[in-house]
Design a protein around this ligand. Structure first.
Ligand code: SAM
Length: 333
């Protein structure tokens, strides 16, 4: 049993209990805010953790006090062994395994994933209308994603929807998405558009969370009721109940109101690199040492050392550029 004092902490004493692991850089959508090159031939395949390596590194983190794991990408559902990975990880975190997906392949696999031990799924849905979805993602996949969303809920998975909001691209979708939350009882979280390498961020397209909330309140004609933050592992969203509905809306204000002071996260890329802060720390290779038969103690030392370097807040706080030399689809969003 791990003693509390031995749990993973960063240099500021923040307890680190939540691991987000990317399992592939590949994606089957080209979302305008992310811009992975879908289908582009690669000269060399990036090194990608096989499932045993994913599980070995996840286990190492759970031995350091990680209590929740999220699998992401790229598009994690492109991996055929996703269900196996979920089944292997679930016992390590008392079943607290979650998935972030674009939902394109979810309809037929939601029950299988639940049976494998998946607890919850966050589905990216940046538009509530077919044509807008196609414009944002470059694919005519709206119906497939909606089918995936309903399949996830029917399977009993905790289901949340995420929308990145960009002025001029999908700000007209804020209200339709909020109505989806209200009418169908979903939790829809609006995410501020974040900058990183080559993703075309500019200030004109940025909409702060407060403006999004105002649009929702005015459009729905209701006074949203903010809910207290109970559990850090539920994530950094501020959540609001919609009166008269079981639906909720949330905002994730990475730029306009930072929540770094309560950050409890660490990330692992599909290449097996650890990132203490998504935007603010260089990566530390764990896969190389793992493949070279490093011991658990060696790897633990690397992890603890990297964690001590975790920044107090990402550089965008001061208007600086993030330290993200690759795209979000490569690091794991
Ligand atoms: N393919 C999966 C999906 O679409 O959810 C997982 C990977 S995607 C990179 C994970 C998350 O990153 C998504 O919720 C997406 O909205 C978010 N994301 C990517 N680029 C972003 C950006 N520029 N600003 C804000 N969120 C972003």
């Amino acid at each position: 049993m791990l003693r509390v004092k031995d749990c993973l902490k960063d240099g500021l004493g923040r307890p680190i209990t939540y691991l987000r692991t990317s399992i592939t850089e590949e994606c089957n959508l080209s979302c305008v805010y992310c811009r992975p090159r879908t289908g582009a031939p690669r000269r060399t395949e990036p090194p990608t953790m096989n499932r045993h390596e994913v599980v070995s590194l996840v286990k190492l983190f759970t031995q350091l006090g990680i209590r929740k794991v999220r699998l992401t990408g790229g598009e994690p559902m492109l991996r055929k062994d996703l269900e196996t990975i979920v089944a292997m990880i679930a016992p390590e975190v008392d079943g607290r395994v979650h998935l972030t997906t674009n939902g394109m392949r979810l309809a037929g696999r939601a029950r299988g994933l639940r049976d494998a031990g998946l607890l919850g799924v966050n589905i990216s849905l940046d538009a509530a209308e077919r044509e807008s979805f196609r414009r944002l993602t470059k694919k005519d996949g709206f119906s497939r994603v909606m089918a995936g969303i309903h399949a996830a809920r029917s399977a009993g998975l905790k289901t949340k929807l995420n929308a990145v909001v960009m002025r001029g691209w999908n700000d007209d979708q804020v209200l339709p998405l909020a109505r989806l939350a209200m009418n169908e009882g979903f939790q829809v979280r609006f995410i501020e558009f974040m900058p990183y390498k080559d993703n075309g961020w500019d200030e004109e397209q940025f909409i702060p969370a407060e403006e999004i909330l105002q649009r929702v309140q005015e459009g729905l004609g209701v006074a949203l009721q903010e809910e207290p933050t109970i559990n850090l592992e539920e994530g950094p969203a501020r959540l609001f109940a919609i009166p008269g509905s079981s639906g909720k809306v949330g905002v994730i204000s990475t730029l306009s109101a930072r929540f770094c002071n309560r950050c409890n996260r660490v990330r692992l890329t599909s290449r097996g690199e650890m990132k203490a802060c998504l935007f603010g720390n260089a990566s530390v290779d764990l896969l190389g040492p793992l493949r070279n038969r490093a011991t658990s103690d060696d790897l633990t030392r690397l992890i603890r050392h990297a964690m001590k370097e975790k920044l107090d807040c990402h550089p965008m706080r001061d208007g600086d550029q993030p330290i993200l030399s690759r795209g979000m689809w490569q690091v794991g969003g």
